[in-house]
Design a protein around this ligand. Sequence first.
Ligand SMILES: *[C@@H]1O[C@H](CO)[C@@H](O)[C@H](O)[C@H]1NC(C)=O
Ligand SMILES: *[C@@H]1O[C@H](CO)[C@@H](O)[C@H](O)[C@H]1NC(C)=O
Length: 416
Amino acid sequence: MSKIGSALVAVLTAIAAVTLTHYMDTQVPEGVPEVWNARILDAALRTNGKLILSLHDLGVPGGITWWTRAMVSTVLKTLITGSPFGKGNDPELKITDTEYAGVPVRVYEPQSLSGEGRRPVMVYYHGGGWSWLDVDVYDASTRELAMKVPMVLVSVGYRQSPEHAHPIPLEDCLRVTEYVIKHADDLQLDPKRVSIAGDSAGGHLTAAVALQLREKIKIQVPIYPCLQLLDLQTPSYIENRNFIPGMLNDVSMLSYWMNYGNISYQWMPDFLANNHTSPELKRSKYASRISPKWYMPEHIRTESLRRMDKRQDFGDSELSQKYESVLLDPLFAPLMADDKEYVGLPLTYVLTAGYDVLRDDGLIYAQRLKKAGVNVHLAHYQEGFHGMIFFFDGPIAFDVGKRAMQDLVSFLQENL
Ligand SMILES: *[C@@H]1O[C@H](CO)[C@@H](O)[C@H](O)[C@H]1NC(C)=O
Ligand SMILES: *[C@@H]1O[C@H](CO)[C@@H](O)[C@H](O)[C@H]1NC(C)=O
């Protein structure tokens, strides 16, 4: 090669290396030893996020198309299992794709329970901001839960937003869960041992289904749930937006809420600045349901945020009124429910992560349920991050993900 040629290659290589290093320079939660796993995860997902946002700017609402959905699912599935095709057959599980009450579901039945007439069951609502991901991306996690507990697991392929806004995804989850309870005998399930679970948007769906079905459910498991859209300036939103942001940050979480609530993206800056709630709403009983008195200061890392004093004297009243009926609906935002509406909720396992913008949503929920007399088990992982439970195993496993999965399995073994 000529001298100029090799100089050019050297320069290009240097530029690529600098770009890559810069791109991979994500903030990793303190206490997570798998720094490179976190960087790979973040870079892979952030690349998708950028493409999706540019599509949105080009006029595709939310950047959502069949192929962006397929792309995101494939990337995540590959990160979770090491293969874009997932896991294949398993001799220990019978896996069936079918429909319950007209909604697509994937049913996992451990061979170890075959012949038993009254098997415990979990209905699982997957995450992905009510807009993304599918039962296939969750296949590794749902297999693990079904096999280790063991129990039958029904993973719900609910319709997604923005094509299907609130309450349609929730209605699909409700229909499947009611079907499982009603047809327990035919399905060889124990109607007294029905649990529900889900992570992220699925954690929201779990809390909302629990509000509707209550005593028919034995255990609910909201995993790092999103539960309110009134305040996007909680300490966890402020502290955590730059940690593994490709997985979740304030802006992507807001875009999911907007897809689900059919709220125009034009209001993004207002929502992020809490400008979407009027001064009256900021002083209302609804705001008090998520006010700083519910924070758990021991889980907040920034000293000043532990003594947070919320300003109440600003906000766009017109915008506030426009969306009030959605924002204050407990089935859209389960933290907006009155204390009385929590009475009689089932045994609750709330899983929260220290480095997650949604940390405080989950912690407030645990606190408020306890006050309402609900039996609550809080599993908080200080060094945890959003999405960690996917990575209990696989090519980029995290110790904290492994522990979170094991702890949940043990809890279900003892209590379901
Ligand atoms: C969203 O709201 C608009 C009116 O603002 C309505 O025309 C549209 O059908 C709604 N979309 C969904 C999915 O509900
Ligand atoms: C908040 O709303 C007011 C109108 O009430 C507007 O003038 C202001 O620019 C908004 N601020 C942000 C950050 O969106």
